[in-house]
Design a protein around this ligand. Sequence first.
Ligand SMILES: [Zn+2]
Length: 264
Amino acid sequence: MSTPLLLTMLGVYGLIVGSFVNVVIVRVPSEESILHPRSKCPLCQTPIALRDNVPVLSWVLLRGRCRTCREPIPVGYPLVELSNAVLWALAGVRFGAGWEVVPFAVLFSVLLALTVIDLELYLLPNAITYPAAIVSVLVIPPLALVATDTPRNHIVGALIGAVAYAGGLLLVLVLYELRTKRQGMGMGDVKLAVTLGLWLGYLHPILVLYGLLAASIVGLVVGAGILLVRRESRPYPFGPWLALGTVVTILASNWILDTFVNLN
Ligand SMILES: [Zn+2]
């Protein structure tokens, strides 16, 4: 398959799945079913017709307003769909038309949903972090068998990655709470770290360090920025930076391993 065709396909599928990511973001925190009923306008509760549910395009054609009540529909909806399409295309750039592109594209969608939920509500729902970890554990061994020449290395790497990432965060969490008697990072971050560590470790366990480094840099920069803008102390979400650090590290993993580790 040619690269432009692959990336176009992934972009289109990414838009459609991005629409489902919106459903997850809205419904999972309030424990509603993600399968039915059909999506409704968040403002007037009118069910959304199929022709008004085309990712991004419907929002643009309706000029960002509900067809029934004419109230503005938040720009977050098309932005999530677009972001998901870009993430899927980037997964295609990194992994090409092999088996690996599928689980990594799905991982990126899960991380996008968790990022938006954590930014809005300061929580990482168990209803996403647990299934993500369990499905990852089940998918990695057969994936390593069909997609790599050294399946054992990749499976062991995934286990090392999960223990290192989740164990590392748990240690920081315990030390921080012992010293300050305050809550910083939460157990949700540690549960998310299991999945992040599994997939970084699948590629190479050393990438856990790069993932944490990238997360710390982005988290510190953004955190300092927020502190400068508003002084009051608010809960600070860590999930988005852990997720972003992992996505960046996965996308740059070939380059990192060639340039800094020289083990590829
Ligand atoms: Zn409406």
